[in-house]
Ligand binder design. Structure first.
Ligand SMILES: Cc1cc2nc3c(=O)[nH]c(=O)nc-3n(C[C@H](O)[C@H](O)[C@H](O)COP(=O)(O)OP(=O)(O)OC[C@H]3O[C@@H](n4cnc5c(N)ncnc54)[C@H](O)[C@@H]3O)c2cc1C
Length: 422
């Protein structure tokens, strides 16, 4: 092995978490490289909501002005049970309480912002699918092998490679747990889309989200800029049509498939009061299976760390998966910056100790939020023990006062890690 590694921090995966980590490394002068398997940065997903716990560091990275220009702050949530309006939940106080509102933004646009902040093609190596990671204590550096035969070396490797993480599988293999799958398909499939501006909506609908609870399904629409709507429907997978575990029954989703489930149902923003009025204005539609972590392994092993969905996948009902990847990236970058700022000869500990500290810091919060997201999904879909779901859901959504929502969200939104060195 060469005496000098290819880079100090090698990040596998150019998704939200990997790019935020790279953007921070760039700001604090830690040499880093991102290996991303896709050939091009193509539109992935529909929208994303960014909560105050993630917005503070994005602000520090200089991205907040662009988020304000291209995103939409959440002001209010309209909650309906079939066609009956339960209430309007005022969320406009979020910014005063937590310093930032919740912003919804088109996902591809956000991804591009992160790509640029990470240094673009100078940092991110596209078409680079990682196949193996070799971390031997007798070797000076960690080695990463790509499917096309290339190899890279680094002082530390970070697996930010999402739900089906190869990094995670390699760590499990090294721990003799190769056959243990700790990520479970929840049986739910999300169908989401992003619409063009809705001409029938006006200024009073800007920033208004809709939570719609139907008898057999639910649908959420998040308000985006110019009265565009980002919608997410949930369907339970039919066990008979799932050939194998973890396979989406909705691959190749089209508008018609969503309209088959939701089309005729009520939507207050539809021109004719129907969901299909919204769906038919969509520019892009995708489907994704929802996974959940059932056992929390360590977020590091040796000189390899896991970050974001690769470490702790969670249901997306409370929109925190990406925000947690951003929190992970911030805290990991702080620890790495502190470590690498000391000359190598004077360091009292190795990078593996730094990663143990990272894992210890992040694990309990990630676990709490994954558990919370899982429970929240059950509440949202009225799927609680002893048939209590519909009653509890009504009590929470129709009657729980706004101050109680804000008070409860303090632990989630009030925690706002930042880059110490900036
Ligand atoms: C419908 C839906 C709505 C959601 N809404 C929200 C929301 O509102 N707010 C929120 O915060 N979160 C939301 N989430 C969750 C969020 O999308 C994820 O938690 C987030 O994308 C995780 O980021 P990540 O960087 O860990 O992984 P990803 O974004 O999945 O990135 C992983 C990257 O690694 C690459 N990769 C994978 N394997 C390899 C390999 N072998 N070699 C090289 N590269 C590889 C992939 O191509 C990908 O680019 C939602 C999820 C869904 C499905």
């Amino acid at each position: 092995m060469a005496n000098k590694p290819d880079t100090q921090v090698l990040i596998i995966g150019g998704g939200i978490g990997g790019l935020v980590l790279a953007a921070i490394c760039r700001k604090v002068n830690i040499p880093c490289k991102v290996l991303e398997r896709t050939r091009n940065l193509e539109p992935v997903g529909a929208g994303i909501s960014l909560a105050p716990n993630a917005l503070k560091v994005l602000d520090q990275l200089g991205l907040y002005e662009e988020i304000k220009r291209s995103g939409q702050p959440l002001k209010k949530i309209l909650i309906h049970r079939n066609t009956t309006k339960w209430r309007e939940l005022d969320f406009s106080d979020t910014e005063r309480r937590f310093g930032y509102p919740v912003y919804s933004i088109e996902r591809h646009h956000f991804h591009h912002m992160l790509y640029k902040a990470a240094g673009g093609e100078a940092t991110v190596e596209l078409d680079s699918k990682v196949e193996d990671i070799i971390d031997k204590s007798e070797e000076e550096y960690v080695k990463v092998k790509l499917a096309d035969g290339r190899e890279f070396s680094a002082e530390v490797v970070v697996g930010a490679d999402g739900i089906r993480s190869i990094t995670r599988r390699v760590l499990a293999r090294n721990a003799g747990l190769e056959a243990t799958n700790t990520i479970r398909f929840t049986g739910r499939v999300h169908m989401s889309g992003y619409t063009a501006p809705m001409p029938n909506l006006g200024p009073e609908e800007l920033g208004v989200a809709n939570w719609l609870f139907y008898d057999d399904s639910i649908l959420t629409t998040w308000p985006c800029i110019d009265n565009r709507q980002w919608f997410i429907g949930v369907k339970m997978a039919d066990p008979n049509s799932v050939q194998e575990k973890n396979r989406s029954v909705w691959s190749g989703t089209a508008r018609e498939m969503i309209n088959d489930v939701y089309g005729e149902k009520f939507h207050p923003f539809g021109e004719n009061g129907m969901v299909k009025d919204v769906v038919n204005r969509s520019e892009r539609i995708i489907a994704s299976n929802v996974y959940q972590e059932i056992s929390f392994a360590s977020m590091s092993s040796g000189r390899v760390a896991l970050l974001g969905d690769a470490a702790h996948s969670m249901t997306s009902f409370f929109g925190q998966g990406g925000c947690q990847a951003i929190e992970d990236a911030t805290e990991l970058a702080n620890l790495l910056q502190r470590h690498f700022s000391v000359p190598a000869a004077e360091r009292l500990s190795g990078v593996d100790d730094v990663l143990i500290e990272y894992s210890a810091r992040r694990q309990s919060r990630a676990k709490d939020i994954a558990t919370f997201s899982g429970n929240y999904a059950k509440l949202h879909t009225a799927n609680l023990p002893y048939g209590m779901g519909p009653l509890v859901r009504k009590l929470v959504y129709a009657y729980m006062p706004v101050w109680m929502w804000m008070w409860y969200l303090e632990w989630l939104y009030g925690y706002q890690p930042v880059v110490d060195a900036l």
